[in-house]
Design a protein around this ligand. Structure first.
Ligand SMILES: NC(=O)c1ccc[n+]([C@@H]2O[C@H](COP(=O)([O-])OP(=O)(O)OC[C@H]3O[C@@H](n4cnc5c(N)ncnc54)[C@H](O)[C@@H]3O)[C@@H](O)[C@H]2O)c1
Length: 255
């Protein structure tokens, strides 16, 4: 077990990638603060799965797009399970709209949920680790779209690209506190965020053409890398983006 004695807080761990990381962390010996916004049933399911593995879990409802909520989330997590060693900024959302039609409200929802949340939660986490005089790990779930354009999702790519430079900056600034900061950049992973894609065979076939490994990823594919980054195997890794995309990002060929 690679995370024995550690406690992790994972935003949006009621389903999808966040839930996959929570369960995998518990398999590796970690206790987990489970966060959700609306899907309480999913959060309960994650907690049950963690407890079945003999680990502790605490559920904290919080809307991480609200700065005050991110602060309360960490505080309540610490109250429930003690000091938090690992923060996974996973919560995220996307809104599909032509650039000319994007509303201010939708723009702010995407930026605040995906990027502002990670900024202020990481700030609270860094303060907490400084008080504890203990090192820490920050893992952001960004996307191949921290690099790759995604027409009709401009706020989304901006939020993920912002996460990339935030991560590189904080890798330097938080190093004196012993906190490493890295991104996992997934490609197409089978989760509820992609429901519409999986219901449309044409779209799915076109996407598959772009994936050299010829399959959609699973939350477990991402979770394995999260365990690595949270473990002592990654003690000397900071400021990195690890792509988990079946080769999608750099796929280019000429016939
Ligand atoms: N699935 C993919 O193909 C893919 C690819 C690249 C990146 N990602 C990223 O992975 C992360 C997880 O997405 P997923 O695929 O599991 O999708 P998902 O829709 O299943 O999960 C999103 C999670 O974010 C949480 N969330 C959303 N808004 C929130 C808020 N305001 N406060 C608290 N929690 C909130 C939800 O509760 C949910 O648990 C996201 O950041 C997403 O951008 C996903």
């Amino acid at each position: 077990m690679r995370l024995e004695g550690k406690t992790a807080l994972i935003t949006g761990s009621d389903q999808g990638i966040g839930q996959g990381i929570a369960i995998r962390f518990a398999q590796e010996g970690a206790n987990v603060v489970v966060n959700y916004r609306r899907n309480e049933k999913g959060a309960e399911e994650t907690k049950t799965r963690i407890e079945q593995l003999g680990r502790h879990a605490a559920i904290v409802q919080a809307d991480v797009s609200q700065v005050a909520e991110t602060r309360r989330l960490l505080r309540d997590g610490i109250k429930a399970l003690g000091p938090v060693d690992i923060l996974v900024n996973n919560a995220g959302m996307e809104i599909n709209a032509d650039f000319v039609d994007v509303t201010e409200e939708d723009y702010r929802r995407v930026i605040d949920t995906n990027m502002t949340s990670a900024f202020f939660l990481t700030q609270e986490f860094a303060r907490h680790r400084r008080e504890e005089k203990r090192p820490g790990r920050v893992i952001n779930i960004s996307s191949v779209h921290e690099e790759l354009p995604f027409p009709h999702f401009t706020a989304y790519v901006m939020s993920k690209a912002g996460m990339k430079l935030m991560m590189r900056n904080l890798a330097i600034e938080l190093a004196p506190l012993g906190i490493t900061v890295n991104n996992i950049a997934p490609g197409a992973i089978e989760t509820p965020i992609n429901r519409k894609l999986f219901e449309n065979k044409e779209l799915l076939d076109a996407l598959m053409e772009n994936i050299p490994l010829k399959r959609i990823g699973k939350p477990e594919d991402v979770a394995g890398i999260a365990v690595f980054l949270a473990s002592s195997d990654a003690d000397y890794v900071t400021g990195a983006s690890i792509f988990v995309d079946g080769g999608l990002l750099w796929n280019y060929s000429e016939q």
